[in-house]
Design a protein around this ligand. Structure first.
Ligand code: DC
Length: 219
C-alpha cells in the first residue's frame, strides 16, 4: 500500500507522516531528505546554483540511505549521519532550486521508487501523488496558511537549535512555495483524486486522526 502525502513546507507533512507510520505500521519515507542530501553534498563540494552540471555529476558519487531508529528517520549520506545537517538554513535556502534541476529529480525519483519497493509506505513530498506514485491508493494534499506554516517551522527550528528569525523562515517558505509550484517536472499541485486537508486551525493530533480515518476508509 502506498499513502502519498504532498503539500508545501510547514504544512505538517513530516510530523503527521511520522505519527501515522507509527500508528499504522507503515514505512515512513521522507522524499525531501533525498533532495536535501544533494543540496548538502553540493555545498560541501563548494558548488553554487550556477554549477548545475557539476551538481548532476556529483549525484553518482552519493549513497543516500534512510534508516528507521526508534520511530525517527535517520538520513545517511555516504555512511555519515546527516539528519541534522540537512535541516540547516544553508541547505534549506538552496534545496528547492537544487530539486528543480531535471536530472536531479529523475535520479531522486528513481531512488524513492526503489526505497518504496515491496513495502507498505507512507511517503511525504511534493510530487508523490502526481508523479512518483500516481497510482497510490491514498493521496492527501496537506495545506495551511503561509504565516501559520512559517510559525511552525520557526518553532521547530528553535527546538532543534537551528538559528534563524521568523522573518527569514517566512521569506524562505514563500520563495520555496513559488519555486516548488513552478518546476518543469514534479511541481507542487493537488494530485487527481487527492483529498485536501487544511491544517491551519487544527492540532497535529486532529490532523493525524483525520489522515488515519482517510487511510482506513481507503483500505
Ligand atoms: O519537505 P522538505 O522541506 O524537506 O523538502 C525540501 C525541498 O525538496 C522542497 O523545497 C522541495 C523539494 N522536494 C521536491 O521537490 N519533491 C519532493 N517529493 C520532496 C521535496
Amino acid at each position: 500500500m502506498i499513502v502519498a502525502i504532498d503539500g508545501p513546507a510547514g504544512s505538517g507533512k513530516g510530523t503527521v507522516t511520522k505519527i501515522i507510520s507509527q500508528r499504522m505500521g507503515l514505512v515512513n519515507l521522507d522524499t525531501g531528505a533525498t533532495y536535501r542530501c544533494v543540496a548538502l553534498a553540493s555545498l560541501r563540494a563548494g558548488l553554487t546554483l550556477n554549477d548545475e552540471e557539476k551538481i548532476v555529476d556529483l549525484i553518482d558519487s552519493l549513497d543516500i540511505e534512510l534508516e528507521h531508529q526508534n520511530g525517527e528517520i535517520k538520513v545517511f549520506l555516504n555512511g555519515e549521519d546527516v539528519s541534522k545537517e540537512i535541516r540547516s538554513s544553508e541547505v534549506t535556502s538552496i534545496v528547492s532550486q537544487v530539486s528543480s534541476i531535471v536530472p536531479v529529480r529523475l535520479k531522486m525519483v528513481d531512488l524513492q521508487r526503489k526505497l518504496a519497493k515491496g513495502k507498505n509506505v507512507i511517503m511525504e513530498g511534493r510530487d508523490i501523488g502526481t508523479y512518483v506514485f500516481p497510482n497510490a491508493e491514498v493521496k492527501i494534499y496537506l495545506d495551511a496558511d503561509v504565516e501559520e506554516r512559517a510559525r511552525r517551522r520557526f518553532k521547530e527550528n528553535q527546538e532543534k537549535n537551528i538559528s534563524c528569525t521568523y522573518e527569514s523562515v517566512l521569506d524562505n517558505i514563500k520563495k520555496r512555495d513559488e519555486n516548488d509550484k513552478h518546476k518543469e517536472i514534479g511541481s507542487l499541485r493537488v494530485a487527481d483524486g487527492a483529498i485536501i486537508v487544511d491544517s491551519t486551525n487544527m492540532t497535529i493530533e486532529e490532523v493525524a486522526d483525520k489522515v488515519e480515518k482517510i487511510i482506513l476508509e481507503a483500505k
